[in-house]
Design a protein around this ligand. Structure first.
Ligand code: CIR
Length: 258
């Protein structure tokens, strides 16, 4: 099934070494290696039958390569978010230009203060959106998102997060009713209706795989997850994300797919 035609990414900047990190995956990113990994990420996406818009690095925002957070793009509208991390908040103004190449002004919506929301907290399943209430996404942000989606006949439900940074840190939908789940998402009742594929604890990072037009891009170094995804019948492409992992970033965080 072809669902996505476009992808937006932003090149990592040198300042990425100062990006936000929980320290869960220790070490400073190696910028040169991060660039090579980003090249491979773009190449993998191009193999999935999408065109890729590559935005220039923005040194003002160390985490700006994680374009998933300042915008949420749906089938019917684009939403510029209001990132809850202070050092990332200005990224929202820098993604608008790219979004405007694909959406007219009346299809672009905005999450406004005091609402905060980051795209990493939003998981799309058809026209329903699960949104994680996190340190980055607050109740008012979720209220605004719900109202925006309702305008376009789409729905939203809140998921309380206890352990992870963003919702999609631990759960990702692969289409065809298949969902990769780790940690706190293994038992959450709202996901009972999906074919939940449980990720072993020592491979939890790889819950963040991305489905792009029937190919699943999987982070390198997680053999159990790779086997599980292949077992579901998907074609897979491996991409090493070692330098982004040090900043708690995964495959989904690095692109907007629509
Ligand atoms: C941050 O803490 O905001 C970045 N270092 C990582 C963002 C990861 N983005 C995502 O999960 N969507």
């Amino acid at each position: 099934m072809k669902k996505f035609n476009h992808v937006i990414v932003r090149r990592p900047c040198k300042a990425m070494v100062e990006g936000i990190t929980s320290g869960l995956y220790p070490g400073k990113p190696d910028y040169e290696l991060a660039l090579k990994e980003h090249d491979a990420y773009i190449e993998a996406l191009k193999q999935c039958d999408v065109d890729v818009t590559v935005l220039d690095a923005d040194e003002r925002y160390p985490d700006s390569c994680f374009v998933e957070d300042p915008a949420l793009i749906t089938r019917k509208c684009a939403i510029i978010t209001n990132p809850g991390a202070e050092s990332r908040n200005g990224e929202k103004d820098e993604i608008i230009g790219a979004v405007k190449k694909f959406f007219s002004d009346d299809q672009i919506e905005y999450i406004k203060a005091p609402g905060t929301l980051e795209g990493g907290d939003v998981m799309m399943v058809g026209d329903h959106f699960y949104v994680g209430r996190s340190a980055r996404t607050n109740e008012e942000g979720i209220r605004q998102l719900t109202a925006i989606l309702a305008k376009y006949d789409m729905t939203c439900s809140e998921v309380k997060l206890e352990e992870v940074l963003h919702l999609k840190t631990g759960v990702n939908y692969l289409e065809d009713n298949n969902m990769l789940v780790s940690g706190e998402f293994v038992t959450k009742p709202e996901f009972d209706k999906y074919n939940r594929v449980q990720i072993p604890e020592d491979e939890a990072y790889a819950a963040n795989c991305i489905w792009v037009n029937d190919t699943v891009i999987v982070p390198e170094g997680y053999p159990a997850v790779l086997a599980a995804v292949q077992g579901l019948g998907y074609k897979t492409i491996l991409v090493d994300t070692s330098e982004y992992r040090k900043l708690d970033g995964g495959l989904s965080c690095l692109s907007l797919r629509f």
